[in-house]
Design a protein. Structure first.
Length: 258
């Protein structure tokens, strides 16, 4: 009788161990399945994101702002601010290493071309970022926001994965979609040209921000002027301070040639 009792207990114990092993194996198998299952933004990013919500916010346009449980306003503008700074740092490092014999003026001009709105808009369009954006229907500036989306996406990558991954993401995106060498050879940088002229002619010059005007889509239009040898020589208006200074430098060069 006791033997049967012990046999029954032994069988029960074996069954429990077997059930535990099966459960553990199934759990490992489920984890592997989850790991190999693509995350929401993996195809876009080229890696598995950790905090998907960050990337969701990166694509929320201000026209469709949301609020979290604490009432905090959520849209991509803060991530865009952060991404802009990360992008400029990465491009500064890139041109510094890529052009070891060039002076500061050239490096600044090269970086400005790579991070300007025209370039990031083109990049965002080629990456298909408009397919992800959440924005109010009928917004007339739809074609002008892809650069902002890219910067917000960079900000999300930086917070989620850190600087090194963000830098790698930026460089991969540019190499895949932007012909950087061709861009730097093709585009004239009027600020650099004006700098060279003033150095040659021993003239002092500087830029002034004349006015900032808020326009539709909650963006800002900048008006700048350049002062050469104490006189205003050129004015420029654009959607970024850098580009408005470029326009002012271009007009100044034309004036100085006349």
């Amino acid at each position: 009788m006791n033997n049967k009792k012990y046999e029954k207990q032994d069988t029960t114990l074996k069954n429990k161990k077997l059930a535990y092993k099966i459960s553990k194996t199934l759990k490992r198998f489920w984890i592997k399945i989850q790991f190999w299952k693509p995350t929401k933004y993996q195809d876009l990013l080229g890696f598995r994101e950790n905090n998907t919500r960050l990337y969701d916010i990166a694509f929320i346009h201000s026209s469709m702002s949301q609020r979290d449980k604490k009432g905090k306003l959520l849209n991509n503008e803060r991530l865009e601010f952060l991404g802009d700074a990360v992008l400029e740092t990465v491009m500064s490092e890139m041109v510094y290493k890529h052009y070891p014999n060039q002076k500061e003026g050239f490096l600044s001009s090269a970086r400005a071309l790579l991070v300007r709105r025209k370039t990031t808009n083109e990049l965002g369009e080629k990456m298909g970022l408009r397919n992800y954006v959440i924005m109010r229907k009928g917004n007339n500036n739809f074609n002008n926001i892809t650069g902002n989306l890219f910067e917000a996406l960079v900000g999300a990558v930086y917070l989620d994965k850190g600087y090194d991954v963000a830098a790698d993401f930026i460089m991969r995106s540019y190499k895949q979609h932007i012909k950087m060498e061709k861009l730097l050879r093709k585009e004239q940088n009027y600020k650099s040209m004006l700098l060279e002229w003033c150095q040659k002619e021993r003239k002092e010059f500087y830029y002034e921000l004349v006015e900032e005007t808020r326009i539709e889509d909650n963006k800002i239009r900048f008006q700048s002027r350049v002062i050469v040898d104490g006189r205003p020589m050129g004015f420029g208006v654009a959607n970024s301070k850098r580009e408005s200074e470029q326009a002012a430098a271009k007009q100044a060069l034309q004036t100085l040639k006349d």
